[in-house]
Design a protein around this ligand. Structure first.
Ligand code: IPM
Ligand code: MG
Length: 372
């Protein structure tokens, strides 16, 4: 018996989590375990009614779980950023979920926009650092009479900053990225361990040629950590170059480890090459604490309640959740069942099918139960 927390959230979130639960329960039937769900009403409706985002009480309750199954948050009635920062990022930070695990795998039967690439070519994992970098939220905006003196690179070359914060019309903003030795070490170690269990290749992504303080440290730690894994082949890619290689030679990649913000960007690219956002799952992992599993797409409010959303990303996230709980066979069976539903054409509109959310989810659940 596993106790799992569920946060459906906003928009299509609740519908896709319902399908995910169905499939995880089917996996339990076949592999002899049960899931005891506890639902939380965290999200836009509660916020509008009570002004509560993620509260201390929520955290105290959620902390009791090893895994949270998360749908999506985001609602057009609320200014962008409020729910994202107040709920999603708050969860990732509060539980110190320092690994954002995002498999990029083209399932059989899915079309990729990349010419001449098949499922054999697209099968890697992005390990995104999930607690540091430009996500730490240190920054500010300055208007008239709020002077700020920053040592900026441009001063070195005697180029004027070009801003007069003394004038009414001008405004200045800055935001700081923070990378730590331990923050880098722990996520890179996770990535090395993962690579060791796969094809033994790890690519580190950064922009150490320009942002040389933060990513210079990231690189130093990577070089040191690599010494402990002589059997893992490593290389460095600058983030701009890696976007190019994801498109041209995705078969080169096995495990990719990246600081937070670049990871955000390159995993949307990854989602597209694996067939679209409707297929891309993610795990926010603290190996010793509370982890959270979610589709990487958002809440798609305009499709809310219409039974059209593709539940696969969420169902696949459920597979990552089971893997995390140690149910490896059940996790693999779910991905096989997803693949089967695609081959059989029981898929939603985004994949060219006519099935609704519920039908697509139920079909996958049936395939899991039958083991084919
Ligand atoms: C993601 C999302 C989030 C992020 C947003 C919604 C805060 O884009 O999970 O990739 O930037 O991490
Ligand atoms: Mg993103």
């Amino acid at each position: 018996m596993y106790k799992v927390a569920a946060i459906g959230g906003d928009g299509i979130g609740p519908e896709i989590v319902t399908e995910g639960k169905k499939v995880l329960e089917a996996a339990g039937e076949r592999f002899n375990f049960e899931i005891d769900w506890t639902d939380f009403d965290i999200g836009a409706d509660r916020y509008l009614a009570t002004k509560k985002l993620l509260t201390e009480d929520d955290l105290k309750e959620l902390k009791k779980f090893k895994a949270i199954y998360f749908g999506a948050i985001g609602d057009p009635r609320i200014k962008p950023g409020i729910l994202e920062k107040g709920i999603l990022l708050a969860l990732r930070f509060s539980f110190d979920e320092y690994v954002n695990l995002r498999p990029i795998r083209l399932l059989e039967g899915v079309e990729t926009p990349l010419a001449n690439k098949t499922s054999k070519d697209i099968d890697f994992v992005v390990v995104r650092e999930n607690t540091e970098d430009f996500y730490v939220g240190i920054g500010s905006r300055f208007k008239k009479h709020q002077k700020i003196e920053l040592e900026v690179l441009r001063d070195l070359y005697n180029v004027k900053f070009g801003l007069d914060v003394e004038s009414d019309a001008e405004e200045l903003a800055y935001q700081i990225g923070v990378v730590t030795r331990e923050g880098s070490r722990r996520v890179q170690t996770y990535a090395f361990d993962l690579a060791q269990n796969r094809r033994k290749k790890l690519t580190s992504v950064d922009k150490a040629n320009v942002l040389s303080d933060v990513y210079g440290l990231w690189r130093d730690v990577f070089t040191e950590t690599a010494k402990k894994y002589p059997d893992v082949a490593t290389d460095f890619n600058f983030v701009d170059a890696v976007t190019m290689w994801f498109v041209k030679n995705p078969e080169w990649f096995d495990v990719v480890v990246t600081p937070n913000m670049f990871g955000d960007i390159i995993t949307d690219l990854g989602a597209m090459i694996q067939g679209g956002l409707g297929l891309a799952p993610g795990g926010n992992i603290n190996p010793k604490g509370t982890s959270m599993f979610e589709p990487i797409h958002g809440s798609a409010p305009k499709y809310k309640g219409m039974d059209v959303a593709n539940p696969i990303a969420t169902i696949w996230a459920g597979s990552l959740l089971l893997d995390h709980l140690g149910e490896h066979k059940a996790a693999a069976a779910i991905v096989t069942a997803i693949e089967k539903s695609i081959k059989d054409g029981v898929v939603t509109k985004d994949l060219g099918g006519t099935a609704g959310t519920k039908k697509a989810g139920s079909y996958i659940a049936e395939c899991v139960k039958k083991g084919k």
